[in-house]
Design a protein around this ligand. Structure first.
Ligand code: HEM
Ligand SMILES: *[C@@H]1O[C@H](CO)[C@@H](O)[C@H](O)[C@H]1NC(C)=O
Length: 321
């Protein structure tokens, strides 16, 4: 009798394991991970993010991007937060990150408040996951239960940051394949790209598009050239969503319908290619975008976490213990 129950239980375990996509270890993370050990985690992160976003709404975007750039480089393990040192070549100076990623001080400040409340307990990787969720929600986007229990890596990989993070000159096919290699399908890729409904990009990342692309609204190209000279002004900013860059809505997709995508890679999602119908659906239906974004961002957060006794809980997010 007990044997039959055990066998049945093993069958269930094997069946569940088969459902989890490669690159995910979903079963090991849980939203309740710190409920006993750090009950104040959620409220500490929420108030710190509320203050940061109130001071500068763009910070919600910057922290969400940090989470993406963490997860796509050897998993969500806080590798992106490590500074360069004599023993570590960090990811902060990789091509997609240098002079671009921001928000590290906000994560540092949250980490010190969390350390004061629950010393040595909450990983930097988990703090980033919760802070990213709160940034989205504070800018009017959805909320979700964040899976927790990630640990922090002791190493970083600048070369993986250079090769795994998608470039703004990517084609739709290249984007599909970059996300597929992380266990994320086309629908996840398009929904996650909707993160560009908030935040800003530097001229260097959209210059080629506004001067040379043909699938761009001519009036929009002229306006963006005014902030982005043909040479110089690399750091000049433009909103990724011309309609509402401090509001997490489906404006990004409505822009694409009018050829108002700021990055070449943005407009690739609606350019007669393989994912047009998904972009169209999100432009027409904000609730569908919101729902699929939540599904996809939770999946992204499950990319190769360190769990159990792997890695460590850093005491300072910028360096290993
Ligand atoms: C699909 C492939 C993607 C490409 C090629 C891409 C590329 C870029 C580029 C070039 C910038 C401007 C950076 C700068 O000028 O300094 C940017 C900004 C941003 N990206 Fe992406 N991105 C992609 C996907 C994502 C995803 C999946 C997320 C999050 C889920 C995300 C979130 C953001 C945010 C929020 C900003 C604005 C950051 C700020 O204002 O500080 N991106 N992205
Ligand atoms: C536009 O394309 C031309 C011809 O390929 C190239 O010489 C020029 O550098 C490009 N301009 C930008 C801003 O990318």
């Amino acid at each position: 009798m007990a044997g039959a129950v055990l066998v049945r239980r093993m069958v269930v375990v094997v069946a569940i394991a088969a459902l989890v996509a490669p690159g995910e270890v979903a079963a090991q993370l849980t939203p309740t991970y710190y409920d006993g050990s750090c009950p104040s985690l959620q409220s500490i992160v929420r108030s710190a993010m509320a203050a940061a976003v109130q001071q500068e709404p763009r910070m919600g975007a910057s922290i969400l991007r940090l989470f993406f750039h963490d997860c796509f480089v050897n998993g969500c393990d806080a590798s992106v937060l490590l500074d360069d040192s004599s023993t570590i070549t960090g990811e902060k100076n990789a091509g997609p990150n240098a002079n671009s990623l921001r928000g590290f001080e906000v994560i540092d400040s949250i980490k010190s408040q969390v350390e004061a409340a629950c010393p040595g307990t909450v990983s930097c990787a988990d703090i980033l996951a919760v802070a990213a969720r709160d940034g989205v929600n504070l800018l009017g986007g959805p909320t979700w239960a964040v899976q927790l229990g990630r640990r922090d890596t002791r190493t970083a990989s600048q070369s993986a940051a250079n090769s795994n993070l998608p470039s703004p000159s990517s084609s739709a096919a290249a984007l599909v394949s970059a996300f597929a290699s992380k266990g994320l399908d086309s629908r996840d890729m398009v929904a996650l790209s909707g993160a560009h409904t908030i935040g800003a990009a530097r001229c260097a990342t959209f210059r080629a598009r506004v001067y040379n692309d043909t699938n761009i609204s001519p009036g929009f190209a002229v306006r963006r050239r005014q902030v982005c000279p043909a040479s110089g002004g690399d750091g000049n900013l433009a909103p990724l969503d011309a309609l509402s860059s401090v509001r997490f809505d489906n404006g990004y997709f409505r822009n694409l319908m009018g050829r108002f995508g700021l990055l070449h890679s943005d407009q690739e999602l609606f350019n007669g290619g393989p994912v047009d119908s998904i972009a169209q659906q999100y432009a027409a239906n904000g609730a569908a975008f919101s729902r699929d974004f939540v599904t996809a961002v939770v999946k992204m957060g499950n990319i190769s976490p360190l769990t159990g006794s792997s890695g460590e809980v850093r005491s300072n997010c910028r360096k290993p213990n």
